[in-house]
Design a protein around this ligand. Structure first.
Ligand SMILES: [Zn+2]
Length: 687
């Protein structure tokens, strides 16, 4: 339920899921770092484990023992360490603004104001649920389903998203233009499967979720019996929505989810809603057509609205008001919310400290304003220059690999290389910053009201793009985000400033370590343009089949090998990685490893065989790769991610792809009979 999800990222493919966590290991700022730190530390390894038995443990066992998951987190790893360092930097920026006698910059004033109101727990606790009383009264006053849809439009404008979701982004078949997309939505649990599956854990989570609904309805003034009845009604509506929703796997298919439709046709398929009215209400007064990502869902939604009592639908809307607000209300709401979304779903023991939660909201509300300050203070130009050069080396290496592929025809190769050359690269921060002039945030209105203003601002910013040309200068992530992405519609790779730091990118480390880390990250993002999803988009970002049939068939056969490798990888008791759900990411990891290796071969250092701490440059390349995925994780969180996350867990991201690479066997003395050994005929070779 993180506020950060406001960013329109649905069309982008990220490096990893998210890092909402904490604790600090190393606070050295890149800018000030002069001495050479140990990029790879043997103490972090476990030399009692053979590389061929468990490469992940071999490379990370010492670190894992020393780093159990902290109590306010659900997993801990390289991303978390960097994320934590970054949180401290961001906090010091915000503190500076808080302590300034006078702020002339309006963006800085807004950052300081939302943070200040968020930290004022005395005022927040005193207000209780007063900030949402008006919203709840609006639901109570509804007299008809038509009235109700007017309110639904209003709720969508502040991202409370009952029933379904909408957002503006590029048209998959005409990527120059932005259109409106409509998708399934309206659930309070993170996935349809939680409502439909009958295993013990799913049943338990449904009970816990119902308890959350009950608790929060009690907190807004209902007695226990009434709250129990209301929670049944919410479950009734959400379960129907869930049953008509596509699975995560089905949503990965860009062809299934492309259904450009006129508003007239939409009206016919979903007659219980007056769509012209709805679009007028959200500010799209002359909408002609849109993409409906989940057609069956929208048809069934119409039936749900028609066949359900208004009183039940009103209960559902009230729940959306309460649940959408509970992170910004008094501590009893926050605690109830954490009991389910933190403890039950992910096993998290303690809430993150308040300042980190409020900082998250501040980043969500004013991301690029915070980012601008962050970059000025923490991002050196030389890091950007070196990164741009690295990316070009990777591009050259990838081109060489495509030319040498033994399974692809020349005509497809030519188009693949053209697409590779067409990839736009964004490094560090946007050339054009977002304008927050119209965002009304100040320290005299409540924290809740500030967040609502931010939501409405973000909604309007997004929806205003409909019918206009896509703005190529726009970023889908803020500079202070520790992550990276590829956008298929933009055919672009984006590396925010925050990921260009150790352990991913270390200006003082040897090339092997950097190519094994940030080099693979770059190769990973480039490969997304050619994974099972990305390969369907052409050089201009349009969904357009540029492959010969024979090449496409060969590609599919190769991906089956990777699917099987991951399906067989056991994580916990009988739980496996889902090879189909994680396919795109797994292709990208393997591609990234191979491309980064070839790029590394262009460096001087790769020609030497000089060992550091007993390991050769080639060995250090793969060890470095293994360290970026090191991770400790709670069982609950692992189980949740296996269901929801398109990325495989850290150990699988190391132990599976490395053993598709022939040279790894020689470099680490892996022999037949070792657990991770794979016969040559079973190894996957794609990019
Ligand atoms: Zn990825």
């Amino acid at each position: 339920m993180s506020y950060f999800k406001l960013l329109p990222l649905s069309a982008a493919i990220m490096l990893f899921a998210s890092c909402e966590n904490t604790a600090v290991k190393n606070d050295t700022e890149m800018k000030e770092k002069t001495e050479i730190t140990k990029a790879l530390d043997k103490a972090d390894m476990d030399l009692s484990v053979k590389a061929g038995e468990n490469f992940f443990e071999f490379a990370n066992g010492g670190w894992i023992k020393a780093n159990p998951v902290p109590s306010d987190k659900t997993q801990y790893g390289s991303f978390t360490v960097l994320y934590d360092n970054n949180q401290k930097k961001l906090k010091s920026l915000v503190d500076e603004l808080q302590n300034a006698e006078k702020l002339d910059n309006p963006d800085a004033q807004k950052i300081a104001a939302i943070f200040k109101t968020g930290m004022d727990t005395a005022a927040i606790n005193k207000a209780g649920f007063a900030p949402i009383e008006k919203d709840l009264a609006e639901v109570d006053a509804l007299q008809s389903k038509e009235d109700m849809m007017n309110l639904v439009a209003k709720m969508h404008q502040s991202y409370k998203s009952p029933f379904f979701s909408i957002m503006a982004s590029q048209d998959d078949k005409n990527s120059k233009m932005v259109i409106l997309h409509m998708y399934q939505g309206g659930l309070g649990m993170p996935d349809r499967d939680y409502y439909t599956k009958d295993d013990e854990l799913s049943k338990k989570l449904r009970v816990d979720y119902k308890n959350l609904i009950k608790t929060e309805f009690t907190l807004v003034g209902n007695d226990a019996e009434t709250a129990g009845k209301l929670s049944d009604e919410v479950m009734q509506v959400e379960t129907t929505l869930a049953k008509n929703s596509l699975t995560r796997l089905e949503l990965r298919d860009p062809f299934t989810t492309y259904n450009k439709t006129t508003v007239e046709e939409l009206q016919k398929m979903s007659p219980a809603i007056n769509w012209n009215n709805y679009f007028n209400n959200i500010g799209l007064t002359d909408l002609k057509d849109l993409n409906i990502g989940t057609v069956n869902f929208i048809k069934e939604l119409s039936k749900l609205i028609e066949n359900t009592d208004l009183s039940v639908l009103k209960t559902y809307l009230k729940w959306k008001v309460i649940n959408g607000a509970s992170s910004f209300l008094s501590s009893d709401f926050e605690n109830a919310n954490f009991d389910f979304y933190g403890k039950s779903l992910s096993g998290q023991k303690e809430m993150r400290p308040r300042w980190k939660r409020v900082l998250g909201t501040t980043n969500g509300a004013l991301g690029e304003a915070v980012g601008k300050l962050y970059v000025e203070k923490y991002f050196p130009q030389e890091a950007k220059d070196r990164m741009v050069k690295l990316v070009e080396n990777l591009r050259t290496a990838f081109e060489g690999r495509i030319k040498n592929l033994d399974w692809m025809s020349d005509v497809t190769k030519e188009k693949a290389i053209a697409k590779l050359k067409g990839i736009t690269v964004k490094v560090g921060y946007p050339d054009k910053w977002k304008d927050y002039t119209d965002l009304k945030i100040n320290d005299t209105q409540s924290y809740y009201e500030n967040t609502q203003q931010a939501m409405r601002f973000a909604f309007n910013f997004n929806i205003n793009k409909v019918g206009k040309e896509h703005d190529k200068l726009e970023w889908g992530m803020t500079p202070q985000t520790v992550n990276a992405y590829y956008s298929p519609n933009g055919n672009e790779i984006v590396f925010p400033a925050a990921i260009l730091q150790a352990p991913f990118f270390d200006m003082n480390a040897d090339d092997a370590v950097n190519y094994g880390a940030i080099g693979v990250v770059i190769g990973h993002e480039m490969t997304h343009g050619f994974d099972d999803q990305g390969r369907n988009y052409d050089i201009d970002g349009n969904l357009n089949n540029w492959w010969t049939e024979e090449d496409a068939t060969k590609f599919d056969a190769k991906t089956k090998i990777i699917i099987n490798q991951f399906n067989k990888y056991v994580e916990l008791d009988s739980l496996h990685v889902n090879g189909e759900l994680t396919l795109g990411e797994n292709i990208a990891d393997l591609g990234g490893l191979n491309i980064a290796w070839d790029a590394y071969q262009m460096t001087e250092e790769s020609k030497s065989n000089q060992k550091i701490d007993d390991y050769s440059p080639a060995q250090r390349f793969y060890l470095s790769y293994a360290t970026i995925w090191r991770q400790t994780i709670l069982d609950e969180e692992l189980i949740r991610r296996l269901k929801e996350d398109v990325h495989s867990p850290g150990d699988a991201r190391v132990n599976v792809p490395l053993f598709n690479i022939d040279r790894v066997y020689d470099l680490f003395n892996v022999k037949e009979g070792d657990k991770l050994y794979r016969a040559k005929k079973d190894r996957a070779y794609i990019w």
